[in-house]
Design a binder for this molecule. Structure first.
Ligand SMILES: CC(C)(COP(=O)(O)OP(=O)(O)OC[C@H]1O[C@@H](n2cnc3c(N)ncnc32)[C@H](O)[C@@H]1OP(=O)(O)O)[C@@H](O)C(=O)NCCC(=O)NCCS
Length: 155
């Protein structure tokens, strides 16, 4: 995965990012339809909040949406992370997180994200990268689904 680069996303990456999002339990639960995913991503591109991982041919493989002060108005926050189904398990999600942290820790001592209780693969990834659960928000977005608050301190 040395050939992967992380760069700002734009509307040309919409289709790949939409499929990465919707081809997951998280996407099916929270975004439900193409229309919602498209609106979410378009908003993120316009706001300059989405970074994409691209291969040497310029093809997008996954994305991360970052809100620089999204946690408590003070700390960098990962609003969304998804990798194309065919490219999971190759280190791309880790690369996107590393790029978020490189930027986030330049200005903040802690970074945050939320992950759903059912999303064990994502929880494992975050724990392996040094994130710790620091809270739980019961039924935050949908009744019956709890969100783990995860935090990483600047190494
Ligand atoms: C969660 C998600 C973003 C992770 O992305 P990813 O690219 O698969 O993540 P990585 O490859 O960096 O790490 C995943 C696993 O692959 C392993 N891995 C890392 N680098 C690797 C490499 N070069 N080759 C093979 N495996 C590798 C990691 O150790 C990790 O293993 P683990 O799950 O046992 O801890 C991805 O699974 C996804 O898009 N899921 C659907 C959307 C979603 O749920 N997003 C999270 C919302 S909070």
């Amino acid at each position: 995965m040395d050939s992967i680069t992380i760069r700002p996303g734009d509307q040309s990456h919409l289709e790949v990012c939409k499929n990465a999002l919707l081809c997951s339990e998280m996407g099916r639960v929270y975004f439900i339809s193409d229309d919602r995913a498209i609106a979410y991503l378009t908003d993120g591109f316009t706001a300059g909040e989405i970074m994409v991982a691209v291969d040497e041919a310029g093809r997008a493989l996954g994305f991360i949406r970052i809100k620089p002060s999204g946690a408590f108005g003070s700390f960098p926050y990962v609003a969304c992370l998804a990798v194309s189904e065919a490219h999971r398990g190759k280190g791309i999600g880790s690369r996107l997180l590393a790029s978020f942290e490189a930027e986030g820790f330049a200005t903040a001592s802690r970074v945050f994200l939320l992950v759903s209780d059912f999303n064990e693969a994502a929880q494992r990834l975050y724990r392996s990268r040094g994130y710790q659960q620091v809270g739980l928000l019961p039924g935050l977005f949908l009744d019956g689904i709890d969100e783990l608050i995860m935090m990483k301190r600047r190494p």
